[in-house]
Write a protein that binds this ligand. Structure first.
Ligand code: OSB
Ligand code: MG
Length: 370
C-alpha cells in the first residue's frame, strides 16, 4: 500500500458542557482529522486528539499537526506498506509525539482493514457485538450537583462511572455518590493532582469500594505510585504514565499499578496499544480503553480496539451526544442498554459527514506525497 495524498482538517467542536479536571477546563474540543488516500484510491481516517493546551501531555493540536506534516508523512513517502504494523517501526525513529503518530497510524489501519474487506474490530482481532461502556464525569460545582449528574448517566445505562477529583474536591464528592449508589461500579481519576503529602486523603478514598484510583501522582513517577499501592487496597490505575509497552512493563515490574487506562493516542497508535493489551492480559493487569473526548473517527477506533477480548472493564467510550451537538460522522455513536455496538461496515465503519466536518473546520491542508 502506497500512500499518495493526505488531508488534514483542523476542527473546533464546541462541547455540550465544559469538561473540568484537575488540569483546568475545556469547552471547545480542538482536533484534526487526518485523511489518507492510497495509490489505489483507498481512503483511511485517523483523528489527532492532542488538546489545544499541553496539559495532559506535551503535544498540542498545533505541534502535533506540524509533526505530521513535516516528519511523519514524509517518512511514508515511497514506502510500499505490506502491513499496518510497519508504521509503528517506521515512526520509532522519531521521539515522542505519540498523538501525532497515532493519528496517521490509525488511518493506515483503517485502510488495511478496508483493503481486506473487514470491519476494523475483527481486523484488529476483536469481535462484532456490544461493548460495555462507562462515563467520565468532570469536576462539578458541588457534591449535590455531582450526584444529580451521576443519576442522569446511570439512568442512561452507563455501567461504570468515573469521577474526576482534585485536592479539595474529592472525599466529600465520593462519599455522597457512594451513599446514593451503593452498588455502582465507581472509580476516580486525579490526573496527577496529588503527591505523597496527600496520603491521608487517599487512604480515606480507599474506604469507598472504588474500582480503582487513576493517576494520583506525577506523570513520570513510578516509585511513588508503588509506595501508594502498598498502602491501599484500591487498585492504582495508570494513564498519563503509560506511553509505550516499555512503560507498561515498568509499571508491572515495579508494582506501581494493577490497572492501565489504555489510549491509542497516548501510546502512538494501534500496534503499540495491542501489544500493551496483550502484555497486561498475560500478566493479570487489568486493561481498559480510555477516552480523549474523541469525535466520531477516534471513537470508532476506540470501539474497535475495545472489542478485543482483553477489554473486560467498561471503557471511557460514551455516546457522541454526551460530547457534541452533532458529531462529524453520519452514523453517530449511540448507547443502548448501557452498551455500544461495534460498527459492522468495513474499516472504521463510520462515514464522515462532509458538510458537518466542514462546518467545524478552521483550516485544511493538502499534502501530496510524491
Ligand atoms: O484522564 O482520562 C483522562 C479526557 C481528556 C483528557 C484526559 C482524560 C479524559 C477523560 C474523558 O477522562 C474520557 C472521555 O470521555 O473521552
Ligand atoms: Mg485519566
Amino acid at each position: 500500500m502506497l500512500i499518495k495524498k493526505a488531508e488534514i482538517f483542523h476542527l473546533q467542536m464546541p462541547l455540550v458542557a465544559p469538561f473540568k479536571t484537575s488540569y483546568g477546563e475545556m469547552s471547545i474540543k480542538h482536533l484534526c482529522i487526518v485523511k489518507l488516500v492510497s495509490e489505489d484510491g483507498i481512503e483511511g481516517y485517523g483523528e489527532l486528539d492532542a488538546f489545544e493546551v499541553p496539559w495532559y501531555t506535551e503535544e498540542t493540536t498545533e505541534t502535533a499537526s506540524l509533526i505530521i506534516r513535516s516528519h511523519l508523512l514524509p517518512q511514508l513517502k515511497g514506502v510500499d506498506l505490506q502491513n499496518p504494523n510497519q508504521v509503528n517501526t517506521l515512526f520509532k525513529v522519531f521521539r515522542g509525539n505519540e498523538m501525532a503518530k497515532a493519528a496517521v497510524e490509525t488511518a493506515i489501519w483503517d485502510m488495511f482493514a478496508k483493503a481486506s474487506n473487514q470491519p476494523l474490530a475483527t481486523f484488529l482481532g476483536g469481535s462484532i457485538g456490544d461493548i460495555d461502556v462507562g462515563v467520565s464525569i468532570g469536576i462539578q460545582e458541588s457534591p449535590e450537583i455531582l450526584v444529580n449528574v451521576v443519576r442522569k448517566y446511570v439512568s442512561e445505562g452507563y455501567s461504570r462511572v468515573k469521577l474526576k477529583i482534585k485536592p479539595g474536591s474529592d472525599v466529600e464528592s465520593v462519599q455522597q455518590v457512594r451513599a446514593t449508589f451503593p452498588n455502582l461500579s465507581l472509580m476516580v481519576d486525579a490526573n496527577s493532582g496529588y503527591t505523597r503529602a496527600d496520603i491521608e486523603t487517599l487512604k480515606k478514598l480507599d474506604k469507598y469500594d472504588l474500582a480503582m484510583i487513576e493517576q494520583p501522582f506525577g506523570t513520570t513517577d513510578f516509585v511513588d505510585h508503588t509506595w501508594l499501592q502498598q498502602q491501599i487496597a484500591t487498585p492504582v490505575c495508570l494513564d498519563e504514565n503509560i506511553r509505550s509497552l516499555a512503560d507498561a512493563k515498568q509499571a508491572f515490574t515495579l508494582k506501581s499499578a494493577k490497572a492501565i487506562n489504555l489510549k491509542i493516542a497516548r501510546v502512538g497508535g494501534l500496534s503499540e496499544a495491542i501489544a500493551i493489551a496483550e502484555f497486561c492480559f498475560e500478566n493479570n493487569m487489568l486493561v481498559w480503553c480510555g477516552g480523549m473526548y474523541e469525535a466520531g473517527i477516534g471513537r470508532a477506533h476506540n470501539i474497535a480496539l475495545a472489542s478485543r477480548a482483553e477489554f473486560t472493564f467498561p471503557g471511557d467510550i460514551s455516546a457522541s451526544n454526551r460530547y457534541f451537538h452533532q458529531d462529524i460522522v453520519q452514523n453517530e455513536i449511540t448507547i443502548n442498554n448501557g452498551k455500544i455496538a461495534t460498527p459492522t461496515n468495513i474499516g472504521i465503519g463510520v462515514t464522515v459527514d462532509q458538510p458537518v466536518l466542514e462546518s467545524y473546520c478552521t483550516k485544511r491542508e493538502v499534502i501530496v506525497l510524491d
